[in-house]
Structures are given as C-alpha cells and as structure tokens.
Ligand binder design. Structure first.
Ligand SMILES: N=C(N)NCCCC(=O)O
Ligand SMILES: [Zn+2]
Ligand SMILES: [Zn+2]
Length: 326
C-alpha cells in the first residue's frame, strides 16, 4: 500500500448487522477488493497430517465466523489495527487433501506469492503440518527466523508411520532444513504425556527452550513475556499458535486435547507482552470446530489472531512513520 492511501477497514457493524453477509476475518475486505495488502489473513483448509481427531480443515472458516464480533479498536494494545495498515482476507489456499507432499508444496508456493507482494501472513489453519511450508517461505524472505511455538505438544517428533510430514513433526523438519534461528526457539504451553524422556532430550538438542503451561501459571504472563522477549531480541520472529496450547476448557474444539493448559487470558497477555518483537508472520492452527461448543475455541482463536494482527499492523505503521520522517 502506498503511504498516503487510507486502509479499507471492516464493514461497519453499527450499520450492517455483524451476522449478515459472508464471513471474512473481522469483516475485513477481501484481498481482491483492495488489490494489495500489508497483512494477508489466509486460510489453509488442510488436515491430512493429523494423528488423532480430524476436522481442522474447517478451522479457518470457523475462526472467520467467530471473528464477526471483533471490534476495530484494540484497547489492550491501544491501537486500531485495521486503520494503521491494510489488513485483508486473502481467502483459502487450495491444498490437495489426498497428497500431503503436493499440499506442502502448494502451501509454500501460495505463501511465496503473498509474501512476495510485501504482505505479512496471518494464517488460519489447518493442522500443524502447514507450519513447515509457511516457515520455508518466510525463511526465503528473512533468512532463518526466531520461532515462538505455543502448543501442548513439542511437534519435534521424527516420523509417524514413517511419514515425515505430519502435524507432530513440522519443527524437527524445519530445524533440519536450517530455516530456524536455533538461538531463539521456544515452546510455550508444553504439557502432557510423551513417548519417552528422549523426546525432551531430542527437542533440546534441536535448540528449543521450553516454557511449560505450569511455568506460565506459576510465574505469570508478564514474566514469561519478558523472558521470551529477551531470547528473541530483534530477530525476525514467526509465531505459531496451536490452539491446543489452551486448556480443553478454553479450547475444546481441537484434535489432540491435553488437560492442564493455559487460559485464553494467559495466551492473550503473553502475546501483548511481545508487541515490540519484529513479528514477520504468524499462524493459528488446529481449530477443529466439530468438537467445539458455543464457539469457545474459535472465539479464542479469533482473538488470538486479532492480537497478532495488531502487533503486525502497529509495526508496519511505525516503520512507515520512520520512513516518512526521513
Ligand atoms: N500438533 C498437534 N496438535 N498434535 C501433535 C500430536 C502428535 C501425537 O499424536 O503424538
Ligand atoms: Zn498441539
Ligand atoms: Zn501442534
């Protein structure tokens, strides 16, 4: 977007009922309505990589539906994200549900196209497999990135049934491929049974630090955010949020739920504490609406994407201001 254009914002819910019309994220315009965008919200309806309950292919649209109630001013970050920068809904990436290798290639190519326009990505999954092609694409643009991975699970396992691309393995593949900055990798919200102690040893060898969900509860969101911020520094950062980082009470609609998770309040507060980090793109994955109740999970996911979008658009506006001042 050229610096003097005013971003086109969401449909005005005081004039057109927010439950009317087709759902785009936060009732924002579609990408084809605005031409180019600073932040592209893109769906990836793909869930052929799951090890347990399927259904995350419907996650993106459930998040879009739940996001109708988002409002344009975010008091927690004192910002109007959709006025500071253009945010638009780029629709869905059509990934092959019968061929996971082809799907991974398609997702990477579609992400390349969007990032190539200068946009940052706010991806709505889909299962966690999709983080790998997204990270490949982001690393082509920024080099190896810092990763903050919110999840009950490590997702650094090696293979399932011999398959290298699954929702339990994306971050091991990403480290093997050299697309992550191994000085700045953290899991947040980790908990629950593992296959063995070796899982933790392997994960540590890959370079990850772990903040368990109990750490968040004991130490509090602010202290955790401070610690994460220090580890990340000014590196380009990718945030990947598996909604199962939340307790099943806060996110029942997911494929591999684990008891003892974070609250949605803790997750949102940690994200707000990261507002100064250089967030280049993000995803929210593993929302499986068939197991949801009263949109608990998709509402939590929509607010999560809203905080991430706010961080990105504030940074874009700040960078423009600095360029304009020169
Ligand atoms: N990425 C998610 N949600 N889950 C991974 C669980 C892998 C397993 O079944 O062991
Ligand atoms: Zn998970
Ligand atoms: Zn995951």
């Amino acid at each position: 977007m050229n610096t003097h254009e005013t971003p086109r914002g969401p449909v005005d819910s005081s004039r057109i009922p927010r439950y009317a019309g087709p759902a785009t994220f936060a009732r924002l315009p579609r990408l084809d309505e605005v031409g180019t965008t600073d932040v592209a919200v893109v769906g990836v309806p793909f869930d052929a990589g799951v090890s347990y309950r399927p259904g995350a292919r419907f996650g993106g649209n459930a998040i879009r539906e739940a996001s109708r109630l988002l409002r344009p001013y975010n008091p927690a970050q004192d910002a109007s994200p959709f006025a500071l920068a253009q945010v638009a809904d780029a629709g869905d990436i059509a990934a092959n549900p019968f061929d996971i290798h082809e799907a991974v290639e398609t997702i990477e190519a579609a992400a390349d196209d969007l990032l190539g326009t200068g946009a940052r990505l706010m991806t709505l999954g889909g299962d966690h497999t999709i983080a790998l092609p997204l990270l490949r694409s982001v690393a082509k643009k920024h080099g190896p990135v810092a990763l903050l991975h919110f999840d009950a699970h490590l997702d650094t396992w090696d293979t399932y049934f011999g398959a290298e691309y699954t929702h339990g393995t994306p971050f091991r593949r990403a480290v093997e491929e050299g697309i992550l900055d191994t000085e700045a990798l953290s899991h947040v919200g980790t908990r629950g049974p593992l296959y063995g102690r070796q899982d933790l040893t392997d994960d540590e060898k890959l370079g990850f630090g772990i903040v368990t969900s109990a750490d968040v509860y004991r130490r509090g969101a602010d202290e955790i955010a401070d610690q994460l911020r220090q580890r990340i520094g000014d590196r380009p950062l990718y945030i990947s949020i598996d909604i199962d980082c939340l307790d099943p009470a806060h996110a029942p609609g997911t494929g591999t739920p684990e008891a003892g998770g974070m609250t949605s309040r803790e997750l949102l507060e940690i994200l707000r504490g990261l507002a100064s980090c250089h967030l280049v793109s993000a995803d929210v994955v593993e929302v499986a609406p068939a197991y949801d109740h009263a949109e608990i999970t998709s509402v939590a996911a929509s607010h999560t994407a809203y905080e991430l979008t706010t961080i990105m658009s504030r940074q874009i506006a700040q960078a423009r201001k600095e360029t304009d001042a020169k």
